[in-house]
Design a protein around this ligand. Structure first.
Ligand SMILES: [Zn+2]
Length: 303
């Protein structure tokens, strides 16, 4: 099976200077070393703090989150080590993709691990890597200082070799290419995609009373997204990810269907019978001027 890859790049800075990567010719498996920290939590940290270290992709039990484009350098293995130069003829920072496994805390290891394995298989497929040769671990390159990703894997009964074997099995299976690139919107984003989201939210009956569809994903939009998620039994996090976007489209599609909702059917038919409404667009919002017309028709009838 395939997973969605969410591309949500951090801004330029120390963690993402934007230098072009060579290749990529190999991949380095890491774990975050910070139990319970999520993919988005890590992204927020790198985006705001801009440390002189980074990795391309963070994976937890819900997201495969690319925070640095795969054709740009990330800084995940110290330049001093020489194992990367000996094995691959280049520094990991200059020629490798760095992938971090999020683990511990509330993160479901099996779900996160399945995505981690799948993502490495995806990279092997995309770049023509051999899992045995072209995937290494941070600890293999920098054994004196680093214990990842074995640290997280071993805690959950998985050896590094088992991990490589799982990648090979995934690669031999079907559907590596079936990944879809879903984009995700969240607080702080702006632009036409946010504006469309806001229009969709309002069309789905949520309220943006102060700012409307202004193209800025601020607190008001977060609250509207949360309200929508709660109403439709989705995870309430205020982030418009693949599930929320999908549900929003479904709800709007449903609303624009030319049938009144069951609970309003009697009143709808009555209003047509009395000539108050023209019988079109049962689930579209009404403007104040249209409302005035309806009220005036009713008033004249009552007189
Ligand atoms: Zn590492």
């Amino acid at each position: 099976m395939g997973y969605a890859i969410t591309k949500k790049y951090i801004r330029h800075g120390n963690a993402r200077p934007g230098h072009k990567l060579t290749g990529p010719i190999f991949g380095v498996a890491h774990d975050t070393g910070n139990p319970g920290s999520t993919a988005h939590g890590n992204r927020n940290y790198f985006n705001s703090q801009q440390p002189s270290a980074s990795a391309h992709t963070f994976i937890d039990d819900k997201y495969i989150l690319e925070i640095i484009p795969l054709d740009e350098k990330a800084y995940h293995v110290i330049y001093n080590v020489t194992t990367d130069n000996r094995r691959y003829g280049d520094d990991a920072n200059d020629a490798a993709i760095g992938v971090e496994l999020c683990y511990g805390g509330n993160i479901n290891f099996d779900e996160a691990y399945a995505r981690y394995v799948w993502y490495f298989a995806y990279l092997c497929d995309r770049y023509g890597w051999d899992p045995d040769e072209d995937i290494t671990g941070h600890s293999k390159l920098d054994p004196e200082r680093k214990t990842d990703p074995e640290n997280a894997l071993n805690q959950n009964g998985v050896s590094f070799q088992q991990f490589i074997n799982d990648v090979k099995r995934e690669l031999d299976g079907e559907g590596i290419a079936s990944s879809t690139d879903d984009e995700l919107l969240q607080k702080g984003d702006n632009g036409s995609k946010v504006e469309q989201l806001q229009e969709d939210l309002m069309a789905a009956g949520e309220e943006l009373p102060r700012f409307g569809a202004d193209g800025d994903y601020g607190s008001e939009t977060v609250e509207a997204v949360k309200a929508f998620q709660a109403r439709h039994n989705l995870t309430v996090d205020g982030i418009a990810g693949p599930n929320t976007m999908k549900k929003l489209k479904e709800v709007i599609k449903d609303m624009t269907q030319q049938k009144p909702n069951e609970s309003h059917k009697e009143a709808w038919e009555w209003a047509q019978e009395k000539g108050l409404l023209n019988g079109k667009d049962p689930r579209k919002p009404i403007t104040r001027e249209q409302m005035s017309t309806v009220m005036m028709r009713l008033y004249k009838k009552l007189k």
